[in-house]
Design a protein around this ligand. Structure first.
Ligand code: GDP
Length: 197
């Protein structure tokens, strides 16, 4: 897919106020600092469509972007950032839960995972929750440029081993790097295919 246009539409914390248009929608979510903003900027070839974070955990809103006038890319807040207050965490959980359970336009979520780390409970629990709630998702491994190919394979195998304890099969996944654009075309083609279905 060629990205011809990418525009910010709105930010809010209330799923009821999200855009009414019945356009297919893809939500990007992951731990703070996982590289979500960089990935969104890479995918859309816009330098600062999503703000890359000086301060992780700052953007606690649902951000809608309209891509090629025919689908929405949704930038959701990063989770698992220790320095936000308990109240902020509760509010976050509430609107994220509401977003995923109520947003009919959502075609698929992309859960971002830093390829360098061992499987983290918070990510596994989040994927589990998506699965239990029938939300389709793929995993996007980020920052692949930071590891050698062998280490990438080893870490993905480790992830598979943990996921297959609870999942029948490994969820669909992508290996990406925003630094060298690894995975860009594959992710965009995947979205294109889903948009056509
Ligand atoms: P967010 O908090 O998930 O939106 O993460 P950001 O996109 O702001 O990135 C967090 C940090 O990781 C920044 O210092 C980025 O420069 C760095 N980063 C993000 N993606 C990559 C990547 O693909 N490769 C490398 N080497 N660094 C990355």
């Amino acid at each position: 897919m060629h990205i011809k246009s990418a525009e910010f539409v709105m930010s809010n914390s209330d799923v009821a106020k999200c855009p009414k248009a019945k356009l297919p929608e893809y939500a990007f979510i992951g731990r703070s600092n996982v590289g979500k903003s960089s990935l969104i900027n890479m995918l859309t070839a816009r330098k600062s469509l999503a703000k890359t974070s000086g301060r992780p955990g700052k953007t606690q809103l649902i951000n809608h972007f309209l891509i090629n006038s025919n689908w929405h890319l949704v930038d959701l807040p990063g989770y698992g950032y220790a320095r936000v207050s308990k109240n902020a965490k509760k509010t976050f959980q509430k609107f994220i839960t509401e977003y995923f359970s109520q947003r009919e336009q959502l075609v698929s979520a992309f859960v971002l995972v830093d390829i360098r780390h061992e499987p983290q409970t918070i990510d596994l629990e989040f994927m589990q929750w998506l699965g239990e709630n029938g939300v389709p998702f793929s995993i996007i491994f980020t920052k692949a440029d930071k590891l050698k190919p062998k280490a990438i394979l080893r870490n993905i195998e480790a992830y598979k081993a943990v996921l297959l304890e609870t999942w029948e099969e490994m969820p669909n996944y992508f290996i990406t790097s925003s630094s060298n654009e690894t995975g860009k075309d594959t992710v965009l083609e995947y979205i294109d295919t889903l948009n056509d279905n």
